[in-house]
Design a protein around this ligand. Structure first.
Ligand code: THU
Length: 135
């Protein structure tokens, strides 16, 4: 799937976000090496701490379906779905990516007007701690 197509799917996924507290809708579209795409949205909680980010929702859906290899993820977000700026993955989501993704994994950040940028895991999480340190 092209990066542009993944960004469009992420925008669709954001519509399902449960965000009564921040009103920031985030969507993710994660492409597994199998070719299947898993969508995720953020899910907030009145106790705040249990909130789950869109990226981790997508990863955990995929992992729980048996996927282990991933090629790319598109992420979008914004107040009331405005997608005005790039919404970059939080530190916890970056570490989850580090667990399951190789150096060739691509993070696509999308916003309005068909604009997107692509980053590597090394760019967004340099000197990352990964399973190789425990082998
Ligand atoms: N959020 C995500 O879904 N992904 C990120 O990587 C950054 C933050 C969500 C969590 C919360 O529901 C809202 O954005 C505001 O922080």
């Amino acid at each position: 799937m092209t990066s542009r197509e993944l960004v469009e799917l992420a925008k669709k996924a954001a519509e399902n976000a449960y965000v009564p507290y921040s009103r920031h809708y985030v969507g993710a579209a994660l492409e597994a090496k199998s070719g299947k795409v898993y969508l995720g949205c953020n899910i907030e909680n009145a106790a705040y701490g249990p909130t789950n980010c869109a990226e981790r929702t997508a990863f955990f859906k995929a992992i729980s379906e048996g996927e282990r290899g991933f090629s790319k993820i598109a992420v979008v977000g914004g107040k009331d779905l405005d997608f005005k700026t790039y919404f970059t993955p939080c530190g916890i989501c970056r570490q989850v990516m580090s667990e399951f993704c190789d150096d060739d994994f691509i993070i696509i950040l999308g916003k309005n007007g068909d604009e997107y940028i692509e980053k590597s895991l090394d760019e967004i999480l340099p000197m990352r701690f990964s399973p190789k340190y425990l082998s």
